[in-house]
Design a protein around this ligand. Structure first.
Ligand code: IFM
Length: 440
């Protein structure tokens, strides 16, 4: 059982989320190559060397998938547009087929009474731009602005909301410092530049969308609760550094026009010259803030160069990703974001969900663990709402099982099961639980 609509404020919205490369099938419809294709083609980067070439074949099964969204009684669908599907070389020639696809997607949602919530970048950078340095190159802010104009000139009149970049931490830190995602770098200078250019690109995209007359524009960041491994001063320092990199850097840039001191300690020498002058663009006013939240980390100090910290194993029950289940962290971030960064601005939980060892048996998937996870996180949202935080919606990640990046297709986050041989969709118990809870 999940709480129902009447357990939330009347204007509270429920949605499901996906992203382009994870579901569409990037080999279809004239999309250009991306850095995720080459990253996945490099041995050792992705489990089983899987990639997004076929995904869930959403490109061809759009109608069926839109019916699933509407059939689940969801109010809003958060999807991303693929830069390389719209502009196969990242700049220049437009792929009309790509624009037509997103046009059909938006119209199909509206016909079904579902609000379209667009994200412009969910990680598949066109290879031609990766060749030019990708997020390390300051010019990316203008390339991104141009792409924003091309796609939003086509669908911007009908999307309900739009956000430039999904999870700036993943785009920059995870991909340029930890090397776990494309382009797979482990380089502090590349990281500093990517972190700053992601925010500059965010600001440029907001400017372009305002110029097009669009409204309801937001920013989507991801958060991890940080628990100290012990009570020592070294641990407190490590925790503050982790929290600053992960949870405060991007909000700080967008909402305050400043970066946390703990991050500047390590990254200042590597940031591009004149980075402070970019805050006028980065702080373009937005209309809402989205929080993606899944887990917490236990952090302690490490005898390594900055940031001099390491993750320790935690005692709580874990999802298939090995992530501890910690709903209190969501309540904490909703409250803290409003208190320290966004004030009265509407907040949305733009992603939350779990990978589970789902099994399709007799045509059904009984994913009670996922229902429990969602239930507990919706409880955290309710507590934040009761405390006066302006939380306006919750999106479940994800509509359906999909390409979980470096972990391939085995980590299933969906409310709908996908058989990756036949591509058949089967709504899980969690989907049916939402359908009942959201009946109008
Ligand atoms: O699948 C990802 C998604 O692309 C971004 N947020 C986290 C999800 C689960 O790892």
């Amino acid at each position: 059982m999940l709480p129902t609509r009447k357990d939330f404020p009347q204007d509270f919205l429920f949605g499901v989320a996906t992203s382009a490369y994870q579901i569409e099938g990037h080999s279809f419809g004239g999309a250009g190559p991306t850095h995720w294709d080459s990253f996945a083609a490099t041995p050792g980067n992705v489990d089983k060397a899987d990639n997004g070439a076929v995904g869930c074949d959403h490109y061809h099964r759009l109608v069926e998938d839109l019916d699933l969204i509407a059939g689940g009684n969801f109010d809003v669908y958060r999807f991303s547009t693929s830069w390389a599907r719209v502009l196969p070389e990242g700049r220049g020639a437009v792929n009309q087929d790509g624009l037509d696809f997103y046009d059909r997607l938006v119209d199909g949602l509206l016909e079904r009474g579902v609000k379209p919530a667009a994200t412009l970048y969910h990680w598949e950078l066109p290879s031609a731009l990766a060749d030019l340095g990708g997020w390390r190159n300051r010019d990316i802010a203008n390339w991104f602005a141009d792409y924003t104009r091309v796609i939003m000139e086509r669908i911007g009149d009908r999307v309900w909301s739009a956000a430039p970049i999904n999870e700036p931490w993943c785009v920059s830190w995870l991909s340029h410092f930890e090397g776990h995602h494309a382009p797979g770098l482990r380089d502090i200078r590349a990281t500093a530049r990517a972190m700053h250019h992601v925010l500059l690109s965010h600001g440029r995209a907001i400017e372009v969308m305002r110029d097009l007359g669009m409204s309801n524009l937001g920013a989507v960041c991801n958060f991890e609760y940080v628990e100290p491994a012990d009570n020592s001063a070294e641990t407190a320092r490590a925790v503050a550094t982790y929290d600053a990199i992960y949870n405060r850097f991007f909000l700080g840039g967008i909402f305050k026009g400043e970066y946390p001191q703990e991050v500047l300690e390590g990254l200042a020498p590597h940031l591009p010259t004149g980075w402070q002058d970019d805050f006028a663009t980065i702080t373009q006013p937005v209309d809402w803030c989205g929080l993606n939240y899944y887990t917490r980390k236990i952090i302690g100090p490490a005898d390594t160069p900055w940031p001099s910290l390491e993750e320790r194993p935690g005692p709580l029950p874990k999802t298939e990703m090995g992530w501890e289940i910690y709903p209190d962290g969501l309540e904490y971030f909703l409250k803290r974001t409003a208190r320290d960064f966004t004030g009265d601005l509407p907040l949305y939980v733009t992603e939350n969900g779990m990978a589970a060892p789902d099994r399709l048996e007799n045509g059904a998937v009984q994913d009670d663990d996922r229902i429990d996870y969602i239930n507990r996180h919706l409880g955290a949202v309710q507590r934040a709402v009761q405390a006066g935080v302006p939380v306006k919606g919750y999106y479940s990640w994800s509509l359906m099982d999909n390409f979980e990046w470096a972990l391939g297709y085995d980590k299933r986050f969906g409310l709908v099961h996908v058989d990756f041989d036949s591509l058949e969709r089967t709504p899980k118990a969690s989907y049916h639980a939402f359908r009942k809870a959201l009946t109008r």
